[in-house]
Design a protein around this ligand. Structure first.
Ligand code: MET
Length: 269
């Protein structure tokens, strides 16, 4: 009886120090945005590769805004997440004293300026309102997009985060309205235009056709590459690395290109 009890004790303690996935436990919980059927086809492709090639079962947790998935990862409710770009992760780690770490690259999703009222940039009038996401990285990104569209000038450049205070020239006196990224599509009924991240554009059925300006992809775009993120303690976890490998395949690439012919998501690994 004593021996059994000791064995049971060691068995238990071994298990309890080993909460993350190992080769014996190959179910990985990954947090992604609530997608569309387009996104589902991509993740189903990844899940199939993970299962067939690495014996890993991917379990998806769906999120409806950008504020939850990093907290859920930090708290261990999920093992990995795949919803953000490098700039968002850096800003989140800074603001939350976090140590979440990128372990793989996925896609780049150019952010776009959409309008329900206007069909081109030159129709923007003096004093019009433009909605932008209010988190540090996507707000900055949106301001650079308005700059690239020739609407404003900024007194910062490169990957320095911009805020509305950095607007150095605003010839059309645009009113910049900061909203949670998830709320930007809803604003389209009441504002001249809104800068909307791909996730919320797709769920609102907005495609490149409805956009009046699309962010250029160039040397400054590295920071907008979307990533698979783990807790720092897990960066060398073999199973998680295999999830990254299962994502970064030509099958996934094909699924992305088929799901997004308008290049709302571009393979970036
Ligand atoms: N998929 C989004 C984008 O690339 C991620 C924004 S950061 C949470 O714009």
């Amino acid at each position: 009886v004593v021996i059994i009890a000791v064995a049971a004790f060691f068995g238990l303690s071994h298990k309890s120090t080993n909460k993350t996935a190992t080769s014996a436990d190959k179910t990985v919980k990954i947090g992604v945005m609530t997608g569309t059927k387009e996104d589902d086809t991509i993740w189903n492709t990844v899940a199939k590769t993970a299962k067939d090639k690495y014996g890993i079962t991917l379990k998806f947790t769906h999120f409806t805004d950008y504020t939850q998935p990093n907290t859920a990862l930090k708290n261990g409710e999920i093992d990995l997440n795949a919803f953000q770009h490098y700039a968002f992760l850096n800003a989140w780690n800074k603001a939350n004293k976090g140590t979440l770490t990128a372990i793989g690259d996925t896609v780049i999703s150019p952010i776009r300026l959409y309008s329900k009222k206007l069909t081109s940039l030159d129709q923007i009038k003096d004093g019009d309102t433009i909605a932008v996401p209010n988190d540090a990285s996507n707000e900055s990104r949106s301001l650079y997009v308005l700059k690239a569209a020739g609407l404003i000038k900024l007194d910062v450049s490169g990957s320095t985060l911009a805020t509305v205070k950095d607007i150095s020239s605003n010839p059309k006196n645009l009113n910049i309205k900061e909203l949670d990224a998830a709320q930007t599509p809803r604003a389209l009924d009441s504002v001249a235009g809104a800068v909307i991240n791909d996730d919320f554009a797709t769920t609102a059925n907005l495609t490149a056709k409805e956009a009046i300006f699309t962010e250029p992809v160039n040397k400054d775009s590295q920071q907008w590459i979307n990533i698979i993120v783990a807790n720092k303690k897990d960066v060398n976890n073999k199973v998680y690395k295999d999830v990254v490998k299962a994502y970064e395949t030509s099958a996934t690439k094909k699924a992305i290109e088929k799901a997004y012919p308008d290049k709302s998501k571009i393979p970036a690994w």
